[in-house]
Design a binder for this molecule. Structure first.
Ligand code: FES
Length: 125
């Protein structure tokens, strides 16, 4: 059985607060593509997912980081350049008991990108 991995859900429709020409790749899609490129078979420590719109369009690119039993973190103001640091952050998140990585412990580029956190949403029947 494989180890549980943090799930990183990236909005692929984010425009990062600017106009995007017809046919131009959206910044959110570019961020997802860069993360996907970095996550190789031998380095697949993150469960990368995509979604269309996280209702944070004015502060995109947007993403959420979640894992059972940990806080879910909602991130904004991301760019494709954040991809390597997002994977570093996700590894630290996975290793922490609650997932709460203080800004001073995150990669410098991610110190101000956490917009909210939510309790883990697991419900007993
Ligand atoms: S398009 Fe990305 S949050 Fe709405």
């Amino acid at each position: 059985m494989s180890e549980p991995r943090p799930r990183l859900i990236v909005c692929t429709t984010c425009r990062a607060g600017r106009d995007v020409a017809d046919g131009e790749a959206r910044p959110g899609a570019l961020l997802h593509a860069e993360l996907s490129r970095l996550l190789t078979e031998s380095n697949a420590h993150v469960d990368l997912r995509e979604v269309a719109c996280l209702a944070n369009c004015e502060r995109g690119c947007s993403a959420a980081l979640a894992m059972p039993g940990k806080w879910t973190f909602f991130l904004g103001h991301l760019t494709p350049d954040h991809a390597p640091d997002l994977l570093t952050y996700a590894a630290a998140y996975a290793a922490h008991a609650t997932g709460t990585i203080m800004p001073s412990r995150r990669p410098a580029s991610l110190r101000n990108v956490v917009l909210a956190r939510l309790p883990h949403l697991e419900y007993a029947a």
